[in-house]
Ligand binder design. Structure first.
Ligand SMILES: *[C@@H]1O[C@H](CO)[C@@H](O)[C@H](O)[C@H]1NC(C)=O
Ligand SMILES: *[C@@H]1O[C@H](CO)[C@@H](O)[C@H](O)[C@H]1NC(C)=O
Ligand SMILES: *[C@@H]1O[C@H](CO)[C@@H](O)[C@H](O)[C@H]1NC(C)=O
Ligand SMILES: *[C@@H]1O[C@H](CO)[C@@H](O)[C@H](O)[C@H]1NC(C)=O
Ligand SMILES: *[C@@H]1O[C@H](CO)[C@@H](O)[C@H](O)[C@H]1NC(C)=O
Ligand SMILES: *[C@@H]1O[C@H](CO)[C@@H](O)[C@H](O)[C@H]1NC(C)=O
Ligand SMILES: *[C@@H]1O[C@H](CO)[C@@H](O)[C@H](O)[C@H]1NC(C)=O
Ligand SMILES: [Fe+2]
Length: 472
């Protein structure tokens, strides 16, 4: 197991447990702790889909574009980055595209590169940014121009504005196991129809293979193409994106991830692709990196310090932050790993009234109360999380289904900052209705597509800052 990272080794131990023991805790017994779900899963391992699985099939045709994926390509939602891989030869980096109601076909030219990782050489990776698109419009696009052409489509978001409804899917730590495929299938079939995925990090888990077998980055991208070619996924870097492996001469962190997944970081004046922001409909989304320096004076710190005052809640009422390693987690797995970043940034999140913080990393689901823990100054002893209506709700959604299995060992008793927790695979939906209300629901894979295992009405922290706690 030498190839496994330390977090993997720990999780493998969990998978080995024969029974999943779900503790039934009564709120009164656990100093106002929330709910630990009584749902009992069938115990089963998360196993990666084999290389010959249907979801990994290479599309037919000479040099056919594969691994097609899109993400937002500018700051306001009028740009789209289209990415794909060709394997036989370089081929064209041109994207041909047109709006649904137009005969007029446009072309944009991107760029192409390859990278090496140990003894792996990637295919030709193409990235092309489409700019100045119309809002709220269906576009068709084609890649592979000149050889095997493949056609896809996407919808641009509505123009940025305070009362624009928009539906985000929330997925994290997906991987490429049979359970990952179930999570994606449940997301696709959820009747609430997510329009864009906010992905909280840990994509392929290729680094769990010998020499970080980068072929598993390729299979992952082929697997998720069925969603990613048609709707943008917004990327956060997780620890499985680091691919730092000096033992095989790979000393540059994030190498496969940054070659394969481009993000529009320059549009928000960021200097690195690991922290950036976008506006989409009525949401302002800030992506942070748990695995880049965030101490005082660091680039990420200085960027965020300048970024938060720019958010205009009259234009984008909903302020959403994504980061991989959770700050409020009551699972023994990765317990307190997010603590150093919390200490640096939590006072700002309260000051600027962030609505919700989305994290992954822990392979389970958890939703917090609105809490903060910012009074402590080393000598005053005020080190307990307190109910705080200016604070965000923290959601851990690292339950995408990767091969490391579920994180079932929770702290006992459940702390009172935790509103709901459960070790099951699933995804969530954050459905913005208007400037005051958003409906949130979490969906476990064992249930029917429309079933909500946990839910909550979010009241916006600026426009409707009343108590929206579910356990009062
Ligand atoms: C890379 O190295 C591993 C083991 O060192 C070997 O199993 C694999 O076949 C090699 N792959 C290539 C493409 O050379
Ligand atoms: C993955 O899920 C899709 C349905 O969404 C199904 O068609 C396919 O057979 C599944 N593949 C595997 C390997 O489970
Ligand atoms: C980035 O910086 C430039 C130059 O200072 C400024 O004009 C622009 O508004 C900034 N963009 C964002 C999204 O903050
Ligand atoms: C904030 O956004 C509103 C609505 O778009 C706009 O009227 C106002 O001028 C903006 N405020 C600032 C300081 O840019
Ligand atoms: C949790 O309980 C402690 C001790 O009773 C209390 O000080 C704190 O305010 C509570 N926190 C929340 C979030 O309710
Ligand atoms: C659960 O986590 C605690 C704290 O890390 C540890 O002491 C305990 O042995 C773990 N239990 C199991 C069954 O792994
Ligand atoms: C905002 O959405 C909520 C939930 O759908 C609804 O009850 C409320 O009336 C809406 N507010 C406005 C001003 O339309
Ligand atoms: Fe992680």
């Amino acid at each position: 197991m030498a190839v496994l990272g330390s977090s993997s080794s720990r999780s493998v131990a969990v998978v080995g447990a024969v029974f999943v023991l779900v503790l039934v805790l009564d709120g009164a017994d656990v100093c106002n702790g929330g709910k630990t779900s009584t749902y009992v899963r069938k115990e089963e391992k998360a196993v990666d889909m084999p290389l010959d699985s249907d979801v990994f099939r290479v599309p037919p045709g000479y040099n056919a574009p594969q691994q097609v994926h899109i993400t937002q390509g500018d700051h306001v939602g009028k740009g789209v980055i289209v990415s794909w891989v060709t394997q036989d030869e370089r081929g064209s980096s041109v994207v041909r595209y047109w709006s649904e109601n137009s005969e007029h076909k446009l072309e944009a030219k991107g760029n192409v590169h390859r990278y090496r990782f140990y003894n792996y050489t990637s295919g030709y990776i193409h990235h092309c940014t489409l700019r100045n698109l119309m809002y709220n419009t269906k576009y068709y696009y084609e890649v592979g121009i000149g050889l095997t052409v493949r056609q896809f489509w996407f919808m641009t978001p509505p123009e940025v504005g305070p009362d624009v409804p928009y539906t985000f899917g929330l997925i994290g730590d997906l991987g490429q196991s049979f359970d990952s495929n179930l999570t994606l299938t449940h997301y696709e079939n959820n009747p609430q129809k997510g329009q864009t995925v906010l992905f909280v990090g840990d994509l392929s888990y290729a680094d769990n293979y010998p020499n970080h077998d980068n072929n598993r980055w390729d299979t992952w991208a082929r697997f998720v193409e069925r969603s990613l070619a048609y709707q943008p996924w917004i990327w956060t870097a997780g620890n499985h994106e680091l691919d730092f492996a000096p033992e095989i001469g790979e000393n540059q962190p994030f190498k496969p991830f940054t070659h394969r997944y481009h993000v529009p970081y320059r549009a928000s004046n960021s200097t690195a692709p690991f922290w950036y922001s976008i506006k989409r409909a009525s949401a302002y989304i800030i992506v942070l990196s748990s695995y880049s320096a965030y101490g005082k004076y660091t680039p990420q710190y200085k960027w965020l310090e300048q970024e938060l005052p720019k958010v205009n809640r009259s234009e984008t009422p909903w302020l959403i932050v994504m980061l991989h390693s959770p700050w409020y987690n009551s699972n023994n797995y990765h317990y307190m790993e997010g603590e150093t970043m919390r200490v640096m940034f939590e006072p700002w999140f309260v000051e600027y009234k962030v609505d919700v913080v989305l994290s992954g990393h822990v392979h389970a689901y958890e939703r917090s109360e609105r809490v903060s823990n910012i009074a402590y100054n080393i000598v005053n002893g005020l080190c307990v999380p307190v109910h705080d209506l200016s604070a965000p709700v923290y959601i851990t959604i690292g339950d995408g289904g990767n091969l490391e299995g579920l994180a079932t060992n929770m702290t006992d008793p459940q702390p009172n900052y935790s509103a709901y927790r459960e070790a099951s695979f699933g995804h969530a939906i954050f459905d913005i209705k208007n400037r005051t209300h958003a409906y949130y629901s979490w969906h476990r894979n064992q249930d029917g597509y429309a079933v909500e295992a946990d839910s909550m009405w979010f009241f916006n922290r600026v426009w409707n800052p009343v108590d929206d706690s579910t356990s009062v």
